[in-house]
Design a protein. Structure first.
Length: 167
């Protein structure tokens, strides 16, 4: 599976994996280094790269892990620098090349501290309830992604995330 979420909703999901073999894509930035260490301490595998640096090699490595080692991938589709809540191509590439379904995920925090960053990152307050909502898994329809098909798939993923709501 390719688990897709927004960058600002990432934090609570780090602790919920329920035995899934998950590899995460983390940027090569200094902040990404801190996140990679935290994720590895939680037992997750990381692949380093992002849309701005080393992304293609990271995606190829993730596809290899998905095919050969049966890992699932979890990535923030609008990271690492935004624009906020605008889907990028990485998840589509992974789903197509690994023949894996996309699973949209949203995390809704009852009470959260919002940071003044590009994504308005959310950090749940202690004892705040968090609701994780999974969208319907779906597969990429195209066999080859030309620019028009890629945009269509990106828009579909973005629409799926925008339409997931808390109960």
């Amino acid at each position: 599976m390719v688990l897709c979420l927004w960058h600002d909703e990432l934090f609570p999901l780090m602790h919920v994996r329920r035995g899934l073999r998950i590899v995460t894509l983390v940027s090569r930035s200094r902040d990404g280094e801190y996140l990679a260490r935290l994720l590895q301490a939680l037992g997750l595998l990381t692949v380093r790269g992002s849309s701005s640096r080393g992304g293609i090699s990271a995606l190829i490595q993730a596809v290899r892990l998905m095919r050969e080692k049966k890992y699932n991938v979890c990535l923030t589709i609008d990271g690492p620098r935004g624009p906020r809540h605008v889907a990028k191509d990485g998840a589509i590439f992974l789903a197509l090349h690994a023949s894996a379904p996309i699973v949209p995920i949203r995390l809704f925090m009852e009470k959260a501290k919002r940071f003044h960053s590009w994504d308005r990152f959310q950090l749940p307050m202690p004892f705040s309830r968090i609701q994780i909502v999974f969208g319907q898994p779906y597969s990429i329809n195209a066999t080859k992604l030309e620019s028009q098909e890629l945009k269509k798939e990106r828009d579909k993923l973005q629409h799926c995330l925008e339409n997931l709501h808390s109960f």
